[in-house]
Design a protein around this ligand. Sequence first.
Ligand SMILES: C[S@@+](CC[C@H](N)C(=O)[O-])C[C@H]1O[C@@H](n2cnc3c(N)ncnc32)[C@H](O)[C@@H]1O
Length: 259
Amino acid sequence: MKSKIEKQRKVALVGAGPGREDLITIAGLREIQQADVILYDALVNPRLLNHAKAEAQLIYVGKRSGKHSLAQNEINILLLECALTQNRVARLKGGDPFVFGRASEEIEYLESFGISVEVIPGVSSAISVPASQGIPLTKRGISTSFWVMTATTKEGGFSNDLILAAQSSATMVILMGVRKIHQIVMLVKDYRSGLTPIALIQNGTLPEESCITATLNSTENAFETIDKTQPGIIVIGDVVADHTSFYDEEIQRVLYSYI
Ligand SMILES: C[S@@+](CC[C@H](N)C(=O)[O-])C[C@H]1O[C@@H](n2cnc3c(N)ncnc32)[C@H](O)[C@@H]1O
């Protein structure tokens, strides 16, 4: 027998994972398979939509800097319309809905009209994208915490948290910061050693994944050719030295010291 909540529930806010098709949860996949309508964001892997019912309506709502997308209030209204006219609505969001996903705004709006919403957690890019490059966010003896933050506040400036995190010894995981990478490096260098390793990972967990590593002192050249239109994750902290590029450098240094 279905529970009362499940019967009333109209909308599922589903975390689609960081990009790779099989990094969605089983619960998330089930929602896609059962939905009558799916509203999805730009960072959702479109292959996930192949699991939808043939008659399901698929609506792209975008959200990517520089590309056409609906404004948040338009998405809210569209979601409400879908919830009022369809049986099962899946709102697919990249990563986890509650990590810079504006899920709370959609939930509050729907609930104000008496529509119940269930959140299906997702694998956040904040953790899985560094992991995909073999970069741990914590490591015994190296880092006891990590701080996930955005480089871009709604006012457009840097968040004060960025400065506080730079002053700490936490691993910094910065989302939505590719366009400001040089400013971020300048800011962090005010508080951390120039030898601190940094990584920029784009298209994480996807076949086209790329990762550039450097130290805060050497970013100028390293990041010169990056495609700033592609979203990425910046990781700053000593844990980044676990990336194989640093390992190679270390080997080279040892080998050449014998020549
Ligand atoms: C609006 S936030 C949404 C984050 C999402 N809710 C999550 O938990 O992963 C979008 C940002 O996440 C990061 N991001 C998401 N997927 C990514 C990926 N596959 N590779 C690199 N960065 C990614 C980028 O910093 C991007 O600008």
